[in-house]
Design a protein around this ligand. Structure first.
Ligand code: KIV
Length: 289
């Protein structure tokens, strides 16, 4: 298999902002998806805790465990993508202490992540400083932070008042000072996404934060149309993968039922004399060898 691994150096991500080059990030949770993302030229792959509701069957991201995050991160990293692999730190893996945060970030790096992402500011700024101090690049995440959606009043847009927008900017500056190399801004007004991006030296990567961010991220299952239900307003579907899968499966089922599959070209062959010997053996009830 082609080795795609010439990872984008972390400082290059900051250089992209300075050069005005938009940063492209997608989530991915498995090996073939990571290979496809890399071949498509994306810059960063986030092994998001959104795996919880997109592949693991949970209702939210909250139940995702470190063991699950490590397994998914390993699967993505083994594709050796050119894209940087960012392992998302699940709820409970960093909130309690700096020591927990460093130990769990190390687990993600040992599984193959180039860096980690964690949600929040306030006490989490100290976690960022500790992880960066251990030599691991950290991506911050502000705005709608799904792990603390209950505290935020649900999965809804943030920073829509002058006070909360001010708080968002202050938090973003603190995360930048603590050493984050990038910052995800989720579900904030486009004007606030643009203003925060202008105020920071590090790149912002928006999801529902408008075109003024330095890059954009979407969840794999949303952007490729694997998820078909109601979606947040920022989701744009670039493919109909669910439709393709359904068409393929329905055709397979129809072919099996009609006998159209398997056809001659799908069969293994046995030489005529071997078959005749076997058939004679069956008739005689003996041993052909
Ligand atoms: O887990 C995830 O997919 C994320 C993105 C929405 C940024 O955190």
């Amino acid at each position: 298999m082609m080795n795609l691994r010439e990872p984008l150096p972390i400082p290059e991500v900051g250089a992209m902002k300075r050069a005005g080059t938009k940063i492209v990030m997608v989530t991915a949770y498995d090996h073939p998806s990571a290979r496809l993302a890399s071949e498509a030229g994306v810059d960063l792959i986030l092994v998001g805790d959104s795996a919880g509701n997109n592949v693991l069957g949970y209702d939210t991201t909250v139940p995702v465990t470190m063991d699950e995050a490590v397994m998914l991160t390993g699967a993505v990293a083994r594709a050796k993508p050119r894209a940087l692999v960012i392992g998302d730190m699940p709820f409970g893996s960093f909130q309690a202490s700096d020591a927990d945060a460093v130990a769990n970030a190390v687990r993600l790096v040992k599984a193959g992540a180039d860096g980690v992402k964690l949600e929040g500011a306030g006490p989490m700024v100290s976690r960022v400083r500790a992880i960066v101090g251990a030599g691991i690049p950290v991506m911050g995440h502000l705005g709608l932070t799904p792990q603390s959606a209950t505290m935020l009043g649900g999965m809804k847009a943030q920073g829509q008042t002058a006070a909360t927008a001010r708080r968002l900017l202050d938090d973003a500056r603190e995360l930048e000072s603590a050493g984050c190399f990038t910052l995800v801004l989720e579900s904030v007004p486009a004007r606030i996404g643009a203003l925060v991006s202008q105020e920071l030296r590090i790149p912002t990567i928006g999801i529902g934060a408008g075109p003024g961010c330095d890059g954009q991220v979407l969840v794999w299952h949303d952007l490729l149309g694997i998820n078909e239900g109601a979606a947040p307003r920022f989701v744009k579907r670039y493919a109909d993968v669910a439709g393709e899968i359904r068409r393929g499966l329905e055709t397979f089922a129809a072919d099996v039922r009609s006998g159209a599959y398997p056809a001659d070209e799908h069969e293994y062959k046995i030489a005529g004399e071997e078959l005749r010997a076997f058939e004679a053996d069956l008739r005689d009830g003996g041993d052909p060898s």
